[in-house]
Design a protein around this ligand. Structure first.
Ligand SMILES: Nc1ncnc2c1ncn2[C@@H]1O[C@H](COP(=O)(O)OP(=O)(O)OP(=O)(O)O)[C@@H](O)[C@H]1O
Length: 269
């Protein structure tokens, strides 16, 4: 399996306080990798580093061999199209003045899809994420949290990404909506082979979705491995404590297809 994203000994500090310290990992094509850990452990910082939204103080980040922080708006449009983002709060990331269909159409336009194709492509994306076509005419304020998150997924998928970085995609959703969103992401992954970097403190969601999980503590990886192995036989006390703290509702429902294309790096650190 080819490597899509590689972080190599990446460190990032804010005001001399390390947020991420010497973290290395890879995401392969078609693989879902979760980052878990308590609040402040560095998950979102790693997501932003992967997207090129912040630069590391040390180490390297490569997406398809390129530094995502150095991609140019026009010249590297095709590479950018393959690296997409689903944020925690889509209400904040969607332009309130654009109808939801326009938000998806805008993403298509930014990636060079001609005007005459945009309406059909938008309708197809709405259909794929399970949104009724008439919702394309609504503004973000007229949509529920679950509907907005589906618009954010449609927008992320608009350009046929190889990797989607999701930062707490389910945390603002109620339980049923969360389940439906996870079903959707799983189905899309199986259909399109898209890889995911999935940041979450929702261990039930991670258990369902991720092939591989990295456990972060104070900016460092304390344990990583296949999600099923981590859940059934955690080796690091911190992983055990995280699982214990998350309560009995966390059950391993990793689908058979989620054994992943790769099961390396099984050793705890
Ligand atoms: N822009 C910033 N300026 C200053 N400090 C920051 C900034 N972003 C993150 N930090 C700090 O870096 C550390 C890691 O934060 P990060 O948001 O990556 O953690 P997290 O695991 O995603 O937390 P949460 O689950 O609460 O979102 C924290 O101590 C945080 O306060």
């Amino acid at each position: 399996m080819s490597i899509l994203l590689r972080l190599d000994a990446v460190s990032k500090s804010y005001a001399h306080r390390p947020a991420v310290a010497a973290v290395s990992f890879e995401v392969h094509a078609g693989e879902s990798v979760a980052l878990v850990g308590e609040s402040g452990s560095g998950k979102s910082t790693l997501a932003r580093l992967a997207l090129g939204l912040v630069r590391p103080d040390a180490g390297t980040v490569r997406f398809e061999g390129r530094d995502p922080a150095r991609l140019r708006a026009r010249a590297d449009r095709d590479v950018r199209a393959r690296l997409q983002f689903v944020p925690q709060h889509p209400r904040g990331s969607l332009n309130p003045a654009l109808r939801s269909g326009e938000a998806v159409g805008f993403a298509l336009r930014a990636h060079g899809v001609p005007r005459r194709e945009r309406a059909d492509r938008t309708a197809e994306l709405f259909r794929r994420v399970g949104l009724a076509p008439e919702l394309a005419r609504r503004f973000p304020r007229e949509l529920s949290g679950g509907q907005l998150q589906r618009v954010a997924v449609a927008r992320a998928l608009a350009t046929g990404p190889a990797l989607v970085v999701c930062d707490e995609p389910t945390s603002a959703l109620d339980r049923d909506t969360r389940e439906r969103l996870l079903d959707l992401l799983t189905e899309l992954r199986e259909r399109t082979g898209t890889a995911y970097l999935f940041v979450s403190h929702d261990l039930a969601a991670v258990a369902r979705f991720a092939h591989r999980t990295l456990v972060l503590r104070s900016g460092r990886v304390v344990e990583e491995g296949r999600t099923d192995r981590l859940w059934t036989a955690p080796e690091h006390p911190y992983t055990r404590a995280l699982l214990d703290a998350s309560g009995p509702h966390v059950t391993l429902r990793t689908p058979a297809s989620a054994t992943g294309p790769n099961d390396q790096n099984e050793e705890p650190r």
